[in-house]
Design a protein around this ligand. Structure first.
Ligand code: DQA
Length: 145
């Protein structure tokens, strides 16, 4: 049976391509999700992609993944730096997590240097642009097979 991976994107990532292109690039969220599905399928995964601007919706998706999904790739956007609730939900899900940031958050404002999600992530990818999502999926191929 093939493993399912969830690719979750948090607030404002629906604006990719329009939002601060010098920081986040010109690709749209649809481009990124299509790339994740392609890379995941090539590696034998079923990939489900979701984006929300609502924290409770994100938490519900994480809970519903428990026991069903083999890995979570998450770009929590600004919730990275603020959300104890998403941190707790990821622990409750008991699923390996890879945290992705398009930008190099460590090169940016000090408030982006702390992540509640990193505390529960297997690893963090930051500053590789949207290629970071592909790197995370490739890493799950190593972890899960
Ligand atoms: C981001 C970095 C966060 O600090 C920011 O709030 C985002 C995107 C990134 O992908 O680089 O929304 O997670």
């Amino acid at each position: 049976m093939s493993h399912t991976l969830l690719v979750l994107n948090g607030p404002n990532l629906n604006m990719l391509g329009k939002r601060e292109p010098t920081v986040y690039g010109h690709e749209t969220l649809a481009d990124v999700q299509a790339m994740c599905e392609r890379v995941g399928t090539e590696l034998g995964f079923t990939v489900e992609c979701h984006q929300t601007n609502h924290e409770g919706v994100m938490i519900d998706w994480i809970h519903q993944a428990r026991g069903r999904v083999s890995g979570i790739v998450i770009n929590p956007g600004a919730w990275t730096h603020t959300s104890v609730a998403i941190h707790d939900a990821l622990i409750a899900a008991e699923i390996p997590v890879l945290e992705v940031h398009i930008s190099n958050v460590h090169k940016r404002e000090a408030f982006r240097h702390h992540s509640y999600v990193s505390l529960v992530a297997v690893g963090v990818i930051a500053g590789f642009g949207t290629h970071g999502y592909a790197l995370a999926i490739q890493h799950f191929a190593k972890l899960l097979k």
